[in-house]
Design a protein around this ligand. Structure first.
Ligand SMILES: [Zn+2]
Ligand SMILES: [Zn+2]
Length: 257
């Protein structure tokens, strides 16, 4: 089935521009250099699925006119990927009496339950709270006729999820991709992967390292995300092979799910 992917945000945890920074990219007037926190929206068969809800989710949802939502997948529980959760309220009310399902690794689901205990452990039933249901997953799950496969990746000292769905995969934060996960990523049309900057980082991939992964996996198209202010959009793109591009906020593409 045909699906559309929209990049809600392509930036690293602090966003670009980064508060207090006066560098050329943070002061750039190129709209591609404005990067909110990383998340994508996947639409297929009339359903809308998000991967992560960032601190910028409210602004991203207004920008992309998100009026309906059916499920959220979480990659992990770091602040830049979860803090927009409260803005799911109006979207969750539209599903009543059902709750909005949130799929996550069991450890991330447990963290979300604790972090947002005012939502998940609420002992009163009167309005105001997001209507959410945590669904811990440790393997593939079928959601509205599409299969989502968790792809375990190493993010510093922790293991988190990326996701493969049909001919596309989305990996946001990785310093290393285990061999078994590389096998899951074969034969892709579209691969999103972490490329924070050129300089090495303990929990993120670099442009060079991610190009090496692209070379090995050979997806038809690859897009970098979780990008920091070291990488100017146009200048960096001009150094990349034609099938590899920096993603940018608002970017849309079609693929088979
Ligand atoms: Zn992150
Ligand atoms: Zn992270």
């Amino acid at each position: 089935m045909k699906a559309t992917l929209t990049v809600l945000g392509s930036g690293t945890s602090m966003g670009v521009p980064t508060l207090t920074c006066e560098c050329a990219v943070c002061r750039s007037t190129d709209p591609h250099d404005k990067r909110t926190r990383p998340s994508v929206m996947v639409e297929y068969g009339g359903k809308v699925v998000l991967i992560d809800t960032t601190p910028d989710f409210y602004a991203q949802a207004l920008r992309e006119r998100i009026t309906h939502l059916d499920a959220v997948f979480y990659t992990h529980s770091h602040a830049d990927h979860i803090l927009g959760i409260d803005d799911l309220r109006p979207l969750s009310y539209a599903l009543k009496p059902n709750k909005l399902p949130l799929y996550a690794r069991p450890d991330a689901a447990a963290f979300l339950r604790k972090m947002f205990s005012y939502i998940f452990e609420a002992d009163y039933k009167f309005g105001g709270l997001a209507q959410l249901e945590l669904k811990p997953i440790d393997g593939p799950v079928e959601v509205f006729g599409a299969r989502f496969d968790p792809v375990p990746v190493i993010h510093g000292e922790t293991q988190i999820y990326g996701y493969r769905f049909g001919s596309a995969a989305y990996l946001t934060d990785h310093s290393e991709i285990p061999e078994a996960s590389m096998v899951q990523l074969e034969g892709l049309d579209v691969l999103f992967l972490d490329a924070l900057r050129h300089k090495p980082h303990p929990t993120h991939s670099t442009v060079t390292n991610s190009l090496r992964i692209v070379e090995r996996l050979k997806p038809k198209r690859a897009f970098f995300t979780h990008i920091c202010h070291d990488l100017a959009h146009e200048a960096t793109n001009s150094t990349l092979p034609p099938q590899v591009r920096l993603s940018y906020d608002g970017m849309k593409l079609e693929f088979e799910i």
